[in-house]
Design a protein. Sequence first.
Length: 247
Amino acid sequence: MMGKQHTWALVTGSTRGIGKAIALALARKGHNLILHDRGSSKKEANAAMKEVLNEKVQCIYIPADVSDNESCLKLAEQIQKHCGTVDVLVNNAGIAKDRTLKKMTPAEWSEVIGTNLNSMYFVTHNLLELIPDGGRIINISSIIALSGNFGQSNYAASKAGIIGFTKSLAKELGKRKITVNAVAPGFIRTAMTDSIPVELLDSILNLIPLKELGVPEDVAHAVSFLASEEARYVTGTVLRVDGGLSF
């Protein structure tokens, strides 16, 4: 699988945050990158592409709505045209719209399920024939899938669904030597966690054995390992990257 000239990796939601860190980690391992987002910020996309190209690999950017099947079909068509195959697929794109179930609107439920969970089907189904034997699929879940969280029933349901999807697909694709794994991040320092009030952040840190938030690179390193040849015999697993919060 390794080799700058022949391996392509798609990371959805990869123009900022954890997704961009994953893309850069894979580029440093020699993968050519397909960057993706909804197409809302050309500035972010151009900046991310510049960083990836600095790693001396090829890089293209394709916007798409991962919650829409037709958009994902067009994404797959463009990837087939420009790249031929996708050796590593990282389903990372996700959103949160937190509210207690009593106050949650149908739109807030549907948008989170659509972007976080339906995308697993839309992206992976449309790209499956482009993934060669021996390929890698890595899905980004969350420790919230394992523990639940107040005000996040939609998010927890979507991320728990990703785990079931991962385990089932791992059994289906094992005969092709395609591994399918999930990574479950804990509290990672991003724009989202930067908005957490100091008092709440202190209480969260008290629950984490390592007493600090993770950084996007911590998740990226885990994904990079699962995408590597060293992880060829690892499939159907959920790798927690949470500083020990969930045990």
